[in-house]
Structures are given as structure tokens and as C-alpha cells.
Design a protein around this ligand. Structure first.
Ligand code: CA
Length: 236
């Protein structure tokens, strides 16, 4: 299990210390030196945890935290320069999972990172039947645990049925799923026998395509396979 940690920290020495120590402890590590590139990296790489400095040039840590939290359930560990309660409370109010006051000992950092990851569970632990419940398909990231769908960093507001349908397509990206298979996902194995139900798949797909388009995506991500069903074209 090599979990990916994204460090967003503008002080090179601290970033290097954290990076080296985390890498030595078996984590994969990415470093971003400011809020804007950090947010972009978080959206692009879907890290397992974000180590986020509170005081950053440009987009500061509070704003990065707020935006990250609006679109993902990734654990966020805030780094604060001051031991002032207000800083820590601000971080936690913004949705950070924990905070660490600088200067910190590398051993404490690793312990806190491990604790935060344990609380959310490893990808395998989060899954059903040992499967990973987070799907990344091209511009799409779906997190079944957090029930979030993100397209190129923009959250999609989906109904539970639309979300389940998209997850089913993502799970089998590149393969065509019949309306019956998609109905099973939505309503259980007996639903396909009910008259009129197969049309509900069509209307969910129509709505999904519209939402993808509104979010700046390609509605053709969900392809109609004539007389068969649908398939997700991203991430084949
Ligand atoms: Ca800083």
C-alpha cells in the first residue's frame, strides 16, 4: 500500500523535510509550492491525504482547504506556523481533519498522517469485497464512500440514481452495459422485468450527459451503443 501524499507548502526546507521523511516511510509524495498549483495537483492526482500549509502565497491554505472540502473527502492535515488556538480552530472549521504546529518532529508528522489515513481506511478497506471504491476515469473521479463525482476538478451534483449509474459505467469503463445491467445497479435484479423501467435508464443518462456538459465536459463520455446500451469512453 503506497498511499499518495500531497504536500502543499511554500517553505522549501519544511516541504523537503516532510517529503523525505514520508518517502522513507513508504509513502509516495508530491510537493506543490503554492495554493493554486496544490489545488490543481489535488484535482489531477487524487491523493490519499493532503498536508496543507495554512499560510501560502496567492491562494492561502484556508481557501485551498475550503475548495478541496467542497469537492472531495480527502483527509486534510493542516500545518500551522503558530500554536495559536484560533489558527487551529479555523483549520478544523474549514474541514481539515487534524493540524500540526510548526516546527514539528518528522516522527510526529508520520504518526499523524498514519492516524488520519487509518480513520478513513485504506482504499482496500473502504471497498466492498476488497475492491477499490474510488474510480478515476479520464477527467472523472468518483468516490463511492464520499458519494462525490468530480469532473476536471468541478463537482457534479448528481441524484443518487445518476451517481450509481455513473459508478456502474466507470467500474466497467470501455465495456458496453445493457439497460438491464444498468437497471440491476439501480433497482436490484428484478427491476428489469417491470414494464417501462428500461426507459428510466435512458432518462438518467440524458440527465447525466447534460450535467457533464454544464460542467464543461464532453457529453460523449457516455456513449450510446445502438440496440445494446451504454458505455463510458474515458479511461479505457
Ligand atoms: Ca507558509
Amino acid at each position: 500500500m503506497h498511499e499518495l501524499i500531497l504536500i502543499i507548502e511554500d517553505e522549501p526546507q519544511i516541504a523537503r523535510l516532510a517529503r523525505d521523511y514520508l518517502a522513507k516511510n513508504g509513502f509516495r509524495v508530491l510537493v506543490a509550492g503554492d495554493g493554486v498549483s496544490g489545488l490543481a495537483a489535488a484535482r489531477r492526482e487524487s491523493p490519499d491525504l493532503v498536508l496543507l500549509d495554512l499560510l501560502l502565497p496567492g491562494l492561502d491554505g484556508r481557501e485551498v482547504c475550503r475548495r478541496l472540502r467542497a469537492e472531495s473527502a480527502v483527509p486534510i492535515l493542516m500545518l500551522t506556523a503558530l500554536a495559536e488556538d484560533s489558527d487551529q480552530i479555523v483549520g478544523l472549521e474549514l474541514g481539515a481533519d487534524d493540524y500540526l504546529t510548526k516546527p514539528f518532529s518528522p516522527a510526529v508528522l508520520v504518526a499523524r498522517v498514519r492516524a488520519a489515513l487509518r480513520r478513513v481506511g485504506t482504499p482496500v478497506e473502504r471497498g466492498v469485497d476488497g475492491g477499490n471504491r474510488r474510480w478515476r476515469r479520464g477527467p472523472l473521479t468518483l468516490d463511492e464512500g464520499a458519494h462525490t463525482a468530480v469532473l476536471d476538478g468541478r463537482p457534479l451534483r448528481l441524484t443518487p440514481n445518476e451517481f450509481r449509474l455513473l459508478v456502474a459505467l466507470a467500474r466497467h469503463a470501455g465495456q458496453t452495459l445493457s439497460r438491464e445491467q444498468l437497471l440491476d445497479e439501480l433497482h436490484g435484479p428484478d427491476a428489469a422485468d417491470l414494464p417501462g423501467f428500461d426507459r428510466s435508464v435512458d432518462s438518467h443518462v440524458k440527465n447525466l450527459r447534460r450535467k457533464l456538459e454544464v460542467a464543461g465536459g464532453d457529453p460523449g463520455l457516455i456513449e450510446t451503443v445502438y440496440a445494446v446500451g451504454y458505455r463510458l469512453t474515458a479511461g479505457e
